[in-house]
Design a binder for this molecule. Structure first.
Ligand SMILES: CC(C)(COP(=O)(O)OP(=O)(O)OC[C@H]1O[C@@H](n2cnc3c(N)ncnc32)[C@H](O)[C@@H]1OP(=O)(O)O)[C@@H](O)C(=O)NCCC(=O)NCCS
Length: 176
């Protein structure tokens, strides 16, 4: 397995996070997202959002980084639920692994650490949204024990997308 170090993000990581986020996002959604979302969701846009997120954390927020020899190769975030449909489960967000580092267990290890964080904050489980058509991500979450509990429309602000909601009740499968 690749030698990967995990740590919480700091304000000074915003630029590297935005760069990875945009690169992986564009590759993932090139056949799914509308052209205007592609144009708008660029590095300056993401950088501003990540700077805000890191400067003003939301409740129970953890932004986790995976690094290989100091290079950022994966990100993931967890925190309080932002969707009613998640019920009281904690939310997983922004799970992105560099294309060169996929299928090396980094996504699984990020998710495990995010689950430990949510469990420590006494959430009864975890939930997340997956854009319909992102079959690889849905397969990944399913392989890690998630089940589909519903669907919802993410209104934006840039891309109104149809989403599947996937969830875990409890953390046993994620933490093992
Ligand atoms: C989804 C993602 C985070 C998975 O990260 P990863 O590090 O590649 O995944 P892992 O190596 O930890 O995979 C764990 C298991 O999940 C399953 N899995 C992972 N990717 C899969 C794929 N593309 N298709 C089917 N199953 C997959 C496998 O069972 C895998 O175990 P195996 O490799 O031993 O067979 C990563 O592919 C990614 O960044 N995708 C693009 C961004 C994205 O869609 N993020 C999710 C937004 S909701």
């Amino acid at each position: 397995m690749t030698d990967i170090a995990f740590r919480s993000a700091e304000a000074s990581d915003a630029e590297a996070i935005a760069r990875l986020h945009v690169a992986v996002w564009r590759r993932t959604y090139r056949d799914l997202a509308p052209a205007d979302a592609f144009a708008t969701l660029d590095e300056p846009y993401r950088l501003k959002r990540w700077q805000e997120k890191l400067a003003h954390p939301q409740p129970d927020q953890l932004v986790l980084l995976a690094e290989s020899v100091g290079r950022l190769v994966g990100i993931g975030a967890a925190g309080a639920p932002s969707e009613e449909a998640f019920d009281s489960r904690g939310e997983i967000k922004f799970l992105y692994v560099d294309g060169e580092f996929k299928r090396q267990g980094i996504g699984r290890r990020l998710l495990k650490r995010l689950a430990l964080h949510l469990s420590a904050h006494r959430y009864p489980g975890a939930a997340l949204s997956v854009v319909e058509g992102n079959h690889a991500a849905a397969a990944f979450y399913e392989a890690l024990g998630a089940r589909v509990i519903g669907r919802h429309v993410d209104a934006g602000p840039i891309w109104r997308s149809q989403n599947i909601i996937m969830a875990w009740d409890g953390f046993d499968e994620l933490i093992q």
